[in-house]
Design a protein around this ligand. Structure first.
Ligand code: F6P
Length: 503
């Protein structure tokens, strides 16, 4: 996608309120990364989508890890990299760690250890097996990369014209804020957690030293943002039970080292005008025409990274059950799965991708016919194709095991042109907002998912139209601008207006 929200509309949300501060964004993944031939292309994932909007609207610089050899080369030039092709360029400051340290940080601790924990993915009877390998990756990878990121952020923040507002993103950087706070006590720190926050029981999978460091790292912020109210509750109870702190549940706040730390829910969303505009471009229309040529009467769609949390295999098994139990759908429906291979340097992710392929191939072999392929499985990173699939679905299957938000559900609901039905896991953050107008499923219950697919495919036109309209309205009125403005409002009301020992 060329660009995100019109910065002028975002300035409306931030005007005046952000004035006391100079914002600085900090994340693991950079917003743009060198692709084939060295051309910069937009980084993957919801974090980048959302934060680009903030960076473009406020001119905030960005600190990110150099993750690949190409990024390390860019980082070696020393100074910040200006990301062009935008109305306001973004100054990107890379943090380069050697590749083995980065591997320990990213491929051993952040993913899978912390990611698996926060999505309840461990098969606890066997894994994780925390041993010297994990401790080394923790100390030499996660802790050191976090500190390097924090130190770079502080260097950049010291050059900013006003009081720094450091907006750190996600689970890769839990330890950065405490280091930033040590070096820059006057800064305002806010961190947004894009993934679910599990219960304190489940955090006890991690040894105390690790989980305490994560919690106290987060408590160095002034505000910690989560996707849902349930994540906020789980976080506060974790602080209470695991650290033994007294928590004010009514205020959703806790005192740490004499400072008030607030926990709040800000459900992330999408850039509505930009997505709508993209969906009407000739390139997308061409993709839609291609899809229309091949599609049977009904199309079930999913668009996902190949992450075990997305529950792709169970989705195929539910579809298989639908075809076996209700043969009237055979030949009339196709399941189009458009998937982006993800984190392929991690064994468990490679294995998962292999089982996604094997399951689809087996179902196609067992049930397919000469001129009908039950599952069309396609891999690639192509936003236009994803948008075309959103426009064309009759049913969108979003069945994650657990998911922070799931922006596919929102993008699909906004852009669909066929009054398609959203089949949505009760464990996706998006369910807190979209649940009333979706077909709710338990993601583990394959039979119930098959039934939900059947009911959705057969829903009457008035029902589909009503549900689709209500979903669309919900997304339109709860867009990315709202996500940002809620955070800005809280920074102003909770942090700026309140006397605190740090000011
Ligand atoms: O939204 C969760 C998240 O892990 C982001 O932090 C990240 O940018 C995105 O998903 C994609 O993950 P990765 O950067 O590991 O490919």
């Amino acid at each position: 996608m060329s660009r995100v929200i019109d910065p002028s509309s975002l300035r409306r949300y931030t005007a005046g309120v952000l004035e006391p501060w100079s914002p600085l964004l900090v994340s693991n993944r950079a917003p743009y990364e060198p692709g084939p031939g060295g051309r910069l292309r937009r980084g993957a994932g919801g974090v980048v989508t959302a934060l680009l909007t903030v960076a473009e609207a406020t001119g905030a610089p960005w600190v990110a890890c150099a993750r690949t050899p190409a990024e390390r080369e860019l980082a070696a030039t020393g100074g910040p990299v200006d990301l062009g092709d935008m109305q306001r360029p973004i100054r990107l400051h890379y943090v380069a760690s050697d590749s083995d340290r980065y591997r320990k940080f990213y491929s051993v601790i952040a993913n899978p250890l912390i990611w698996f924990l926060q999505h309840y993915l461990w098969d606890l009877s066997r894994e994780p097996l925390i041993n010297a390998r994990y401790w080394d990756a923790w100390e030499d990878g996660y802790v050191r990369v976090n500190h390097a990121v924090a130190e770079r952020a502080v260097e950049v923040a010291r050059e900013l014209p006003r009081r720094p507002l450091i907006l750190t993103q996600d689970y890769q950087l839990y330890l950065a804020p405490s280091r930033i706070r040590e070096l820059l006590p006057q800064a305002t720190l806010q961190q947004f957690i894009h993934i679910p926050w599990p219960t304190p029981h489940y955090w006890k999978v991690l040894p105390q030293q690790m989980r305490d460091a994560i919690l106290t790292g987060l408590l160095a912020n002034d505000v910690v943002g989560f996707q849902t109210n349930s994540d906020v509750r789980n976080f506060l109870v974790s602080v209470e039970e695991l650290l033994g702190y007294r928590v004010d549940h009514r205020e959703r706040a806790v005192i740490h080292h004499g400072r008030v730390v607030w926990a709040r829910a800000y459900p992330i969303s999408i850039d509505v005008p930009a997505m709508e505009q993209l969906s009407t471009t000739p390139a997308v229309e061409q993709e839609i025409a291609g899809l229309q040529q091949r599609r049977p009467e009904k199309l079930i769609v999913r668009v996902d990274r190949t992450d075990p949390a997305k529950n792709i295999v169970r989705g195929f098994l539910a579809y298989e059950r639908l075809l076996r139990q209700r043969p009237e759908w055979r030949r009339r429906v196709q399941f189009y799965a458009f998937l982006q291979p993800s984190r392929q340097d991690i064994t468990v992710y490679r294995d998962y991708l292999a089982s996604v392929k094997a399951t689809a191939e087996r179902i196609n072999r067992d049930l397919g016919e000469l001129d009908w392929e039950p599952i069309r499985l396609e891999f690639g990173e192509n936003l236009r194709r994803a948008v075309a699939a959103y426009c064309e679905y009759d049913v969108l299957l979003v069945n994650p095991i657990y998911d922070g938000m799931n922006l596919v559900a929102k993008e699909g609901a906004l852009l669909n042109r066929r009054d398609g039905v959203l089949v949505l896991s009760e464990n996706a953050g998006a369910h807190e907002e979209l649940g009333p107008w979706a077909m709710t499923i338990n993601p583990f219950d394959v039979d119930a998912t098959a039934d939900a697919l059947h009911v959705s495919l057969g829903a009457t036109q008035p029902t589909r139209r009503r549900l689709a309209r209500l979903l669309r309205e919900q997304v339109k009125t709860h867009d990315i601008g709202r996500w940002i403005s809620l955070q800005v409002r809280d920074l102003h009301d909770l942090v700026y207006e309140q006397p605190s020992p740090a000011r």
